[in-house]
Structure formats: structure tokens, C-alpha cells
Design a protein around this ligand. Sequence first.
Ligand SMILES: Cc1cc2nc3c(=O)[nH]c(=O)nc-3n(C[C@H](O)[C@H](O)[C@H](O)COP(=O)(O)OP(=O)(O)OC[C@H]3O[C@@H](n4cnc5c(N)ncnc54)[C@H](O)[C@@H]3O)c2cc1C
Length: 543
Amino acid sequence: MSKSLIIGQGITGSVLAWSLHWEDKTVHVLDRGRNITASRIAAGLVTPFTGRRQSKAGDFDESLTVAKEFYRRVETETGASLFNEEPAERYFQDDIERDFFLKERYETHRSEIELINGANGGVKGFRMLRAARLRVSTFLEVTRSFFAEKGCFHQFDLDPTTDLEVSESSVRVPKLAFVGQEIYFCQGYQPEENPWFPEIPDAPARGEILRLEIPDRTVKQVVHQGFWLAPGTEEREDGLPQEYLLGATYDRENLDQKETQNGRDELLRGLYEITTENSRVIAQYSAIRAGMRNRQPIAARHATYPHVGILNGMGSKASLMAPITARRFVKLMALKPETKGQENRATGAKGLSLTKLAHSIVRRAVRMGDTVMDATAGNGHDTVFLAACTGPSGHVHAIDIQPEAIQSTRTRLETESITHVTLHQDDHSQVLKSLLASSEVAGAIMFNLGYLPGGNKQRTTSTATTTEAIAAGVSLLRAGGVMTVIAYRGHAGGQEEARAVADWSENNKAPSWTTEVIPGAADNDESPVLYVYRKKQQSQPLS
Ligand SMILES: Cc1cc2nc3c(=O)[nH]c(=O)nc-3n(C[C@H](O)[C@H](O)[C@H](O)COP(=O)(O)OP(=O)(O)OC[C@H]3O[C@@H](n4cnc5c(N)ncnc54)[C@H](O)[C@@H]3O)c2cc1C
């Protein structure tokens, strides 16, 4: 029986854990155990018609059917009550909304809607008969208990860069003594990128909610009018809700997860539109939704290590979308790794490049104020990227032997008004050696080997100077610093150069740094290869 590890036990990780468990896999789940996460503050609402235009997603009905089936099965396994189909009310914010709805939506969706009339006899809103609600905290608790009872839940904060050992057929987390065959990242939004899947989620948004007491309120259903007001799960002796949840704000700019006065004011203004009953704020919460630009969850396997997967990007719809996406994902992961060029994702955007991966790795390592080096300036893209990582208090040395490359980089820097860069038109091994001789220390160094994009393909980096430059580069790195080298194998001389880098890496292992080799595609020996050299935090002498 194969053994899987899930990183993150929010709604997504929990849904995936059950889905894999039902496929007869031994599933281990780990979570760092924070009290406030998107899942922990979510109201669990499943809402068919959303937004000003009251649109209904094309796959809503199928997703709801799968979600119902899924949560019913967990209810059977655990005895908990989790998923309720509860009609919700939607009130129009103005006449434009009402007229649009009656003209564009009503006829098509008549069977799943009831109109609500106002005191003056006009239509003031509609009842969504197919709305539903997940009791999120109960779902998270019963899931955790279920896997904990099997000894398969671990409270652990995993660093995907240093705590994981992934080979072609296994996954190990030595600190947990875990050895398995598959690993799945279900981390929601994290301020620090996961180097296995950089830039996911690509459209996070902060959401704030309020917990309220509204003593005189007798309404028990969820009401939407711009914001939503939903009863809490606990009831008073008279059968009315003890408290209500009011949500949710939407902020793509500020992703620091702090509660804000603006958020509170915005929500209370929204509450006033829904009800003028007396209320008291009990608490305010803020968390980041993990959304994707294309509004589709992402379910993907790693391009090189197909037993490493990601399920994420549920946006505001985890309760509805996690079950159907997990079902598709489990099917995808059961397939043999696909042949080259084929889409490797159940949903979502195209594959990730080694360049993006290198950027993600470097971004995590560089500190503001660092000195860094672009050892192959080329057209200046990495120079600009590095300059952004260090900020103006840091410094970038950009090196290229070709005058066209230096000119192109200079132009790009001028366009971007970046001044904290020194350009060196010289052989990179010489420049790096002389920086080393002058006791310079680097937070990061980047190499993109091969020829100048758009330039003469005969003029490439040379094998001898490349390995000398790499040797100097490793010595320049500070503790915690990182050097990335992308070797392209598809052009004349590319294979030799990549082999020379591989040989150098193999023959120059040292206790003070680690080397990772990440091929662009496991089954294509012409695909690029990324070498990542990391200087360990507690640096030791190189020899
Ligand atoms: C205010 C607000 C209201 C919402 N309301 C609703 C709603 O009504 N209905 C709905 O369907 N959706 C709602 N959402 C959206 C929903 O909350 C998210 O889509 C969902 O919670 C995402 O779940 P997740 O498991 O992907 O991520 P998360 O909830 O972020 O869970 C990820 C988990 O992984 C853990 N983790 C991450 N990295 C590591 C690591 N390296 N090591 C260990 N653990 C790790 C985290 O601690 C966390 O527990 C709302 C969101 C917000 C912010």
C-alpha cells in the first residue's frame, strides 16, 4: 500500500486526505497548527449565485453533487453532521441589480429560485434553494481526530526547502522519520513561496470577518446583500443563534493578515444595509484566501517529480470546489506520468519553468541590502530581478563578456531607473575571482548558461570558465546564500557544458554547501537543468 504525505490540514488538505484514504492509501497529514487560517475563519457557505451580476458557475451543479456525496461519506465515517442544504436569501443592492436579475437570470433558473417580495409588493430579492453550508470547524476537527487516531497526524511546521528529501521514487521527511511515495502540498496562501511550486497561488486576497451578537435577531438563514450575515452554529435556549458571522472583505493589496479598522468599518457599513438591529462585535478575524487569477483551483503534479503534487487555489469556494477538484486530482495522480509536452495538470495554467523556480529560490534567500551577482547578464532580466530582491540598499554585480549584452542590460536598467548595479564587461570567472579576492560576500548568484537570447548562437559561455566561475561563486556565498545555474542542453556545446557542471558538482561536494539538480523534464535529455548550490547556515571552511 503506498504512503502519502499531505502538507497542510485546511479544508483542501482535509478533503484530499479522505479522498486518498478511500483509495486505500496510507495517508499522513501534517499541519503547523495555527489558530487563524483561511479555513479556520471560513463560514463554509456554498452560494450558487454570486457577484453583482448574480452569475452561476457552469460547473456549480456537478460540484455540488460531488460535494454532497463527499461530505455525506465523511459523516458516515465519523458520525458528525457536516453539510447542510440550507436555502439562503439574496437581497438586491439597488434597482440595477434587480432589473438585471429579472431580465437575465430569472427565467433560466426559475426552478432553483423563489422571489422575495418587499413590503411595497415589489421584488426585493430571491431565495437560493440550492445553497448549502459546511460546518468547517467540525470538519477540520473530525478529520484531524480520524488521522490522529491512526498515528497519521503530525503537528509540524515543514520547511519545503530543507525538511524534504525527494528522490525519483520516494519522499522522506527525516525529522518525522517519514518515508513514503507521494507528497501533496495543500498549504493555502503562504507568505513564503514553496520552491516546488513557485508563484502558486498567484492571486491571493485578504478577507476579514466579524463575529457579532445580535440579540433581537430572529432570522436563522444566511442573508446576502453585498456582504453576508450567517448564523453561528451554537443556539441559545430559545433556539435562536447565539451569534452571527458577518463577512467578508476582499483586499488583494494588503496581504499581511492583520485585522484592520478599515475592514471593520466596511463590514459594519455593510451590516447596516442588511439589518439595523442592535449588534455587538465579539471578535474580528483576518486571513488570506489562496486564489488563482483564472479563478480555477490548481491541481497539478511536479514536472520533474510526478509524485510531488499540489492542490490549492480554492479562492472563496473551498467548501464547494475542494471535493470535485480532489477527485479529479486523485485520478490525475494515479495516471502514469505524462509524456513530454502534455499538460500535467487537472486544471490550471501551463507548467512552470526552471527560470521561475530559480527566481523563487533566490527570492527566498536574498535579504534587503545584500550584494548579489548576475553572472550572465544577457538581456538584463535577472539583473533587474536581483536588483528588486536586494532593494536600493543592496548591490548587484552584473557580468557578461559580450558588449551587446552589457548594452542591453544598461538600457533595461535605465528604463527601470535602477542605479544600484555595477556592470562588468568581462569573463565571469575573472570578475567573480576578483570580487572574492576583495572579500566580497554574496547573498545570491545566478547563471543562465548558453548563448545570448536573440544574439549569435555560436557565442556561448565556455565550459572551462563556467566551472571556474561556479567554484568562485560557491566561495563567495554567505551562509544561507544560494547560487542557481541553469544549463541549456539543446544547443551545440550545451551537453558538454551541462556535463562539465554536473562533473564539477559531483567532484566538489563539501560539508558547507548542498547541491540540488533539477532537470526540466525527466524524460528529455535536451531539456535544461537547474543546479542549486546552497551555503549552509552554519558555514564551515571549504576545505
Ligand atoms: C474571511 C474569509 C471567509 C471565507 N468564507 C468562505 C465561505 O463561506 N465558503 C467557502 O467555501 N470558502 C470561504 N473562504 C475561503 C476558504 O477559507 C479558503 O478557500 C480555504 O480555507 C482554503 O483552504 P486551504 O486548505 O487551501 O488553505 P488554508 O485554510 O490556508 O489551510 C492551509 C493549512 O496548511 C498549513 N500549512 C501551510 N504550510 C505549512 C507548512 N509548511 N507546514 C505545516 N503546515 C502548513 C496552514 O497552517 C493551514 O492550516 C473564506 C475565506 C476567508 C478569508
